[in-house]
Design a protein around this ligand. Structure first.
Ligand SMILES: Nc1ncnc2c1ncn2[C@@H]1O[C@H](COP(=O)(O)OP(=O)(O)OP(=O)(O)O)[C@@H](O)[C@H]1O
Length: 602
């Protein structure tokens, strides 16, 4: 077989191109089936003959010959008749024989058609007595390969007719443009389907290969040719159609996991949308439960889930019994790493210890309705691609994770790595200023009265009380960091996320997760955790109970707030976790991200 490159210098004919195509395409074809299909198609004799004719005709293209006459066929006929009556020479007899050959007659007929430029087929005239009531029937021929047709059918409950229920966007049926929702299926490959159940028809279809002929009565309402919609949603739950009893056709379903971006192709059906996975090469849409339908299902499932969670022992202490811990010792330790940098926002004050259930009781305020809101049913969130423009404020970086997992450590490493770029907030307190402290450096010192007024006015993201004094992180302290064109790092309790997920802050939420308990034991051998047990907030080595609580609290957070996390980092090896975080934050600044649509509306 000639290779394309061996004919350098001369023009490569279409015919030769055809013969080398299969071998040239081979490296790009994965499936053996596709490969043999291409070989068969390009090797087809009639195709080669056509190409040969095409090549020959091309020689005449430049000369643009015009037909001498457009009735060569009848001229040949007349000539034959005239010559037949005579006692003719050998040459004449040969000419008569030649002109009588069917191939010659066909050739001359084609010549005349081309010369007359009358290419449209002649249709028989419409009969005068057409019954307006009679259904017009369409015969459709589709060539089916291994790909499913991308259509579902149902039996009309009243008429018993088999109706096309849905056409999957981008599927074979959709691409053909010939079958529409509402069409009534009469026959498949000559087999009448009126008396068949949809499952039986599906069986006939799945067993058919190659050309399939459908006889359909077009639906009254032609499906509106809508343009491909550009609605993108972020999936806030995992979905597996194989496990969904409600889906009308499991094979047509699209599986996805929490955080996947889906392009919704059709919302015509109130219960089952059609969607594609963004970035996936597949052009065919699959069925996914609609937002409304999924919300209704979650509403039924939720009470059971919550009941299960509440039986989990550590749940009682999660979010509720949290304590304010002000750790001077730790501040001093951080200061030695960060000389010249004021790092009040780094103190453990906002990472609220949940270890000592006796002493933690009264310390931290969080409104009951700030807990996981059972009305917020995580299904889909409409998103759009957002890229931070030069000069725009940075996205707020929120770190979430169970106590002791290493949020501070990661925050501290980021600050050290680039103190000009990263920063933390300065908290407020109502306690009196110590002599070595300055207002607006370690804390913003305000009166108890003002603090209470600010609480009333919802100025705080989080606030708590410790030894009769208030402490809190205000929204304005975040604004202050962002206005300096710095990346603000903030670790928060996950229930505050919903107050921070605004167009103003466009938060990027990183969940820091503990590794397995075995790895915690290994990696945290020399680590210290703050204990509020004796009310002195001293550091102590991690206990087995600390590890277990860390893991179960992480699990709880992921279950309840996982849909809000944009990045999950397992803090196993600290250096690896830090590099992963740094890389993720770099991407946030330089690459487009999917964010809720509402964040980009001005
Ligand atoms: N990957 C790691 N390997 C070993 N030690 C770690 C790792 N990550 C954090 N640590 C250590 O674990 C201890 C607790 O970390 P850190 O204070 O950062 O946790 P935290 O999430 O801020 O906890 P809290 O909310 O209780 O303040 C520290 O001594 C820290 O150095």
């Amino acid at each position: 077989m000639p290779a394309l490159s061996t004919r350098a210098g001369s023009e490569i004919g279409l015919y030769e191109l055809l013969s080398v195509l299969p071998s040239q395409l081979q490296p790009h074809i994965e499936r053996a089936d596709d490969c043999s299909f291409l070989h068969a198609m390009f090797g087809e004799r009639s195709l080669h003959s056509l190409v040969k004719i095409h090549e020959k005709l091309q020689c005449y293209e430049d000369r643009a010959p015009t037909p001498v006459l457009d009735s060569a066929g009848s001229l040949a006929q007349d000539l034959t008749e005239e010559l037949q009556g005579r006692s003719a020479s050998h040459e004449m007899r040969e000419l008569v024989k030649l002109l009588s050959k069917p191939h010659m007659k066909s050739l001359l007929s084609v010549h005349d058609t081309v010369a007359r430029k009358s290419y449209d087929p002649e249709l028989p005239p419409l009969p005068d007595d057409i019954d307006d009531e009679e259904d017009s029937v369409k015969i459709i021929r589709l060539v089916k390969n291994k790909e499913p047709l991308g259509a579902t059918i149902k039996k009309d409950e009243h008429t018993g007719a088999i109706i096309v229920a849905r056409i999957m966007r981008g599927g074979a049926a959709d691409r053909s443009g010939l079958i529409h929702v509402g069409d009534e299926l009469k026959e498949v490959n000559g087999i009448p389907v009126d008396d068949k159940k949809p499952e039986e028809i599906i069986c006939i279809l799945s067993q058919s290969q190659g050309a399939i002929t459908f006889k359909v009565v077009p639906g009254i309402k032609e499906e509106a040719q809508s343009k491909e919609p550009k609605i993108f949603v972020k999936a806030l739950f995992d979905y597996n159609p194989a496990e969904d009893k409600a889906i009308p056709c499991k094979e047509a379903g699209l599986a996805f996991t929490k955080g996947d971006i889906l392009q919704v192709m059709s919302q015509d059906d109130a219960t089952w949308w059609q969607a594609k996975l963004e970035g996936d090469g597949n052009t065919r849409a699959g069925l996914i439960p609609s937002k409304h339908f999924q919300e209704r299902r979650f509403a039924v499932w939720r009470p059971m889930t919550v009941a299960t969670l509440q039986r989990t022992p550590s749940k009682r202490f999660y979010d509720e019994t949290v304590a304010w811990v002000e750790d001077i010792e730790e501040d001093a330790e951080f200061a030695s790493y960060l000389s010249g940098l004021h790092i009040a926002g780094l103190r453990r004050s906002f990472r609220l210890s949940r270890r000592d259930k006796k002493t933690n009781k009264s310390m931290y305020e969080c409104k009951r309705n700030d807990h996981y809101d059972t009305a917020d049913v995580p299904t889909y969130e409409e998103v759009t691609a957002y890229r931070r423009k030069h000069g725009d404020r940075h996205r707020l970086v929120l770190l979430v994770g169970p106590t002791g997992v290493g949020l501070n450590e990661l925050k501290r490493k980021l600050l050290i790595s680039d103190p000009q770029h990263f920063s933390v907030t300065i908290p407020h307190t109502s306690r009196s200023k110590r002599h070595q402290e300055s207002d607006g450096v370690e804390y913003h010192f305000i009166s108890k009265h003002l603090f209470e007024a600010d609480i009333q006015n919802s100025k705080f993201i989080e606030h708590g009380e410790y030894k009769g004094n208030y402490y809190g992180t205000s929204f304005d302290s975040v604004r202050s960091v962002l206005s300096k064109n710095k990346v603000c790092l903030l670790d928060v309790q996950p229930h505050t996320l919903k107050h921070l997920r605004t167009a103003e802050f466009k938060p990027y939420v990183v969940f820091v997760k503990p590794p397995s308990i075995e790895r915690l034991r290994e990696t945290r051998k020399n680590a210290k955790v703050i204990s509020s047990k004796d009310d002195k907030n001293s550091s102590k080595p991690f206990s087995e109970e600390d590890f277990q609580e860390m893991i179960s609290a992480a699990q709880m957070m992921e279950n309840q707030y996982g849909h809000l996390f944009e990045k999950v980092i397992v803090n196993d090896d600290l250096t690896i976790a830090f590099n992963e975080l740094k890389q993720a934050l770099r991407k946030v600044e330089t690459e487009a991200q999917w964010v809720p649509v509402s964040w980009t509306h001005s």
